[in-house]
Design a protein around this ligand. Sequence first.
Ligand code: GLN
Length: 486
Amino acid sequence: MSPSELPGLTIAELQKILRTREVSPREVIRALHGRIEEIDPQIGAYLSRDLEAALAAADTADVELPLGGIPLAIKDAISVRDQPLTCGSKILGNYRALYDATVVVRLKAAGAIPFGKTNLDEFAMGSSTENSNFHPTRNPWNRDRIPGGSSGGSAAAVAANLAIASLGSDTGGSIRQPAALCGVVGLKPTYGRVSRYGLTAFASSLEGIGPLTKSVRDSALLLQVMAGADPQDSTSLEAPVPDYAAELEIDLRGVRLGLPNEYLRAGIDPEVKVALDAAVAHFSSLGAEIVEISLPHTDYAIDVYYIIATAEASANLARFDGVRYGYRAANPTNLQDHYRRTRAEGFGAEVKRRIILGTYVLSSGYYDEFYLRAQKVRTLVRQDFAAAFEKVDALLSPTSPVPAFKLGERAADPLQMYLADVFTVAANLAGICGISIPCGFAQNAGSLPLPIGLQILCPALGEMRLFQVAHAYEQSTDWHRRRPPL
Ligand code: GLN
């Protein structure tokens, strides 16, 4: 195999040729590095890369380990020891992580090689990767379009064959939505399935780390290693980790898939609707039973999410004060001035908007009206899913109501940006698992085609079933094999 083909491989494909010694881990890192140097200036998926560290790890990699010699790009909100950790923000200055996130510890122990930190919306707040303090990331399918967000760098890197696979984080859709918009597979695991230790906290009760990959099998292979209880994260779950990749193949006959009525009414782009209908018809041809169901509190999900997420963000981001690490304003006149200017200069506009909104919904007098009420509605959203999963095994919807929009198109209108999350945030409120897989293309009025993602949701700890349903669809279609012409 020629080195130029290596970056396009899946984990499963790369594992095989590493184990037969057809290629070495060093050659893989070299090939990726070469392609990133050549292509990434047009995409902007990466914020930093440490070639020397990756080559050193490659030289000692044991290819017999589960992920031996497999390079992984990591969203720059996840700690990789000795590497920069910017969170896409100015306020972290030139901070370098002092320790590995638990997922990174586990992936390294399984032989994987972290290679490159990927771009994101500042502190993972956004749906387009335009809120990065450094540069926007472009959609590899059409560089005038956004890649989605906030894990836009991780999604674009995989789609453009600038990574074998990557890690992202999903607080309200930040893995699934960019996966959909870039045409890759993005998994949001069940809340607590994967340790959050080492993920910079934005909204702790909603978020988690998950993989972005070229196939469902790769997603299963990564979750296998990443999942499991962690004493460093008290919200991580004790439940045993099944062998996800071993049981991917199932017969869909008798599997019940639900279509939430409310989602179909929510203003979906016509081409997205066509792709969804085709996916539903395809599942039905595979023998699945399609059932219409209702999630009555859908209309409240965005409002509830943006109250709870901002409330938690306002508390989590209080730690960035320029005292112990990160950016510090010059020549403060006193402590107040130090805090005020460090935060005013260090945070971008969207982060400030959320801190202010979050502080407001938690303030005395408004707490009951906003925060407390949002928590009650969150319970109703969770109950909607519980009731739905009594009737069906999984739910289907578009991941995003629209294909990738133009850079700058929604940047000035936060509300429009928030609406991009209409199908993804409810899963975070409920703590269930979800995946986005490629299911078609929007022809985009004769311009370059843009990928469309299908979201599949399963109950908490239902990742095995989620993978099986996604894999059955993927293996009988070829959307996931398409790559942008770069
Ligand atoms: N787009 C959503 C937001 O801006 C979700 C972000 C995320 O999942 N990190 O909050």
